[in-house]
Design a protein around this ligand. Structure first.
Ligand code: ZN
Length: 294
């Protein structure tokens, strides 16, 4: 597999989908149904050990299914591009197999955080790039860049923490809330029109497709993803302390290559590490239970 540099920058690679390509744009009634479904709150599970509260209600301003469809398209486009450059890991690649095995252990615990995840078609792929990067798009489309595995020399436990963190962004629908915030009243107005059957709801989700990978989440979203990811990983039997060693490694790598990929959107400061350290004991029991079962 080749390494490509740096042409998989999401901003350059991910074009917005064409007008009309999202089903919601073709059928306003579908959009209306999506909106009604989306308006139901996604609460944190009752048995959650970490304290993160419910997901933001702002999410409901952006239809979940049209955003997920848009993400699926962007993901397929990214894979096609990587494949054309021989930078997409084939199914037999040992690192890809390792990532997929870790995902298989985490996924059973996802739906507790978001019932929509039961219907997600999860995908995990590995892209050859020296960039330190990984993401999970809405709808469960995961990608790791070889750079994050190679440069940080991640253990399985640490990979599970990165994956859990990224899955948590998707499960807690941070992109939906973020988009609703950044689109502001414009989004509200156009959604209002769409609900009356006057506009094309797909357009907004399509236009934000370009931002899905490189979205910079708020500090609150980051802390939320850290904690939900930590709990997912612990339930799957991954060592909770790995969250702390992971972010220490990130911090060290950030010194030499700040501003690149994951590190630019995920600053690793003492505050982040302290919060994780104080949450490790909360999920230790879940980890031990999971190890006991294994
Ligand atoms: Zn994050």
């Amino acid at each position: 597999m080749r390494t490509i540099e740096p042409n998989l920058s999401p901003h350059e690679t991910f074009g917005a989908c064409r007008p009309g390509c999202c089903p919601a744009a073709r059928a306003p009634w579908q959009a209306r149904r999506a909106f009604v479904l989306a308006a139901a709150a996604v609460a944190a599970p009752l048995h959650a050990q970490v304290d993160v509260g419910d997901a933001s209600r702002l999410r409901s301003l952006v239809p979940a299914d049209s955003l997920e469809r848009s993400a699926t398209q962007q993901y397929a486009q990214m894979l096609a591009q990587a494949r054309a450059q021989r930078a997409l890991a084939p199914d037999g690649n040992p690192q890809l197999q390792r990532l997929r095995a870790i995902a298989r252990r985490l996924i059973p615990f996802a739906a507790a955080w978001n019932p929509r995840a039961r219907d997600w078609r999860w995908e995990v792929n590995l892209i050859g790039s020296r960039q330190i990067n990984a993401f999970c798009m809405p709808g469960g489309k995961i990608a790791f860049y070889t750079g994050i595995l190679d440069q940080l020399q991640l253990t399985d436990d640490e990979v599970a923490m990165v994956m859990g963190h990224e899955m948590a962004h998707a499960l807690r629908e941070h992109a939906r809330a973020r988009i609703a915030k950044t689109q502001g009243t414009g989004a509200l107005l156009s959604l209002g029109a769409q609900l009356l059957g006057l506009g094309q709801v797909g357009d907004m989700a399509a236009n934000v497709g370009t931002q899905l990978i490189s979205l910079k989440f708020s500090r609150t979203d980051e802390s939320d993803a850290d904690l939900v990811g930590l709990e997912l990983a612990a339930r799957a039997g991954y060592r909770p302390e790995a969250a702390v060693s992971l972010w220490r490694k990130m911090g060290q790598a950030g010194g030499g290559s700040a501003g690149i990929g994951f590190l630019s959107t995920h600053p690793s400061g003492p505050e982040r590490i302290r919060e994780l350290e104080s949450n490790v004991p909360k999920v230790q029991g879940l980890y031990e239970q999971a190890r006991g079962r294994g």
